[in-house]
Design a protein around this ligand. Structure first.
Ligand SMILES: C[S@@+](CC[C@H](N)C(=O)[O-])C[C@H]1O[C@@H](n2cnc3c(N)ncnc32)[C@H](O)[C@@H]1O
Length: 280
């Protein structure tokens, strides 16, 4: 078999995926240890039987719905290649909006930042690559996610990030941060999408938050104010239908300048607000 034939048959087998061409190429790149441009440049290269067997097994798992990122073990986020695992969510491109907005905030040059529910470390590590003077603390309740984020931190040699286990604020020493960011679980427990597509393979601990999806966001809004410096910012990602409810949570907690940003699809995705300690 040659590269072009293999890709053709994989795309055919995986026809239900909206990204079957890309999926097939990424899996083959993983097996052959090459880039996608190699596949385009050398479509006539033969593939040996061990590679063929490994590739066919991965394509079969993809046909059964397993996300490509779990199959190849990595996912690009911002400028970083991150190791992923079934311990936590695969970082999504929409979450880059949170990074972009955080980088545009008015904060001290040596800002202190807290990332709650860091997962792979995606948000914290992306911020750290852009702002080496920021001191960033990142936590997750899942010890496997903490280990994964730490592995990603070491891989990218980001010394301005500290990662440890905490159930939201429980293990965070009492201190005030200039920015708190979080992409918490925010899906309703009864959401039918949980049993469809790629999310079936991701842990519920990273996705589900009570009957209306807002349990964690409620807690984060209410408790963040005790950990924000005067003029500090809270930024949270949320579901596209949760904008109004989340803005209300911000106002109830005492935030001002509360606003919601839309993602590239025009959907409400991220809400932020500023906290004035004097207003409390
Ligand atoms: C939606 S995922 C986001 C992961 C990562 N921040 C990202 O954007 O890709 C939510 C993360 O919150 C973590 N989490 C859930 N409950 C938590 C809690 N009580 N305390 C801390 N982290 C929690 C999950 O383990 C998961 O890694």
């Amino acid at each position: 078999m040659i590269i072009s034939q293999l890709l053709q048959s994989a795309v055919k087998a995986n026809y239900r995926s909206e990204s079957s061409q890309l999926d097939s190429e990424l899996l083959l790149c993983h097996v052959l240890g090459v880039t996608r441009s190699f596949l385009k440049t050398w479509p006539d290269r033969p593939v040996n039987s061990a590679q063929l067997e490994q590739y066919e097994a991965l394509v079969q798992r993809r046909v059964e719905g397993e996300p490509v990122a779990y199959l190849i073990g990595t996912q690009g986020f911002w400028s970083l290649d991150l190791t992923v695992s079934a311990a936590t969510l695969i970082p999504r491109p929409e979450t880059e909006l949170l990074v972009e907005v955080a980088l545009g905030l008015s904060v001290p040059e040596q800002a202190s930042v807290l990332d709650l529910g860091t997962g792979t470390g995606a948000i914290a590590l992306a911020l750290a690559t852009e702002r080496s003077q920021w001191q960033i603390c990142a936590v997750d309740v899942e010890s496997d996610a903490v280990a994964l984020a730490e592995r990603n931190r070491q891989q990218h040699q980001l010394d301005n990030v500290t990662i440890f286990a905490s159930n939201w604020f429980a293990a965070i020493p009492q201190q005030r941060f200039d920015i708190i960011v979080s992409n918490p679980p925010y899906i309703e427990a009864s959401d039918p999408h949980l049993s469809q597509g790629d999310v079936r393979f991701e842990p519920a601990s990273a996705l589900v938050s009570g009957s209306d999806g807002l349990d964690d966001l409620r807690l984060l809004c209410a408790q963040s104010v005790a950990y924000l410096s005067d003029g500090g910012w809270l930024l949270v990602e949320h579901g596209f239908e949760q904008g109004a409810a989340v803005r209300e949570l911000f106002v109830e907690a005492g935030f001002s300048l509360t606003e919601t940003h839309r993602d590239l699809n025009g959907l409400e995705r991220l809400t932020l607000g500023r906290y004035r300690v004097a207003n409390a």
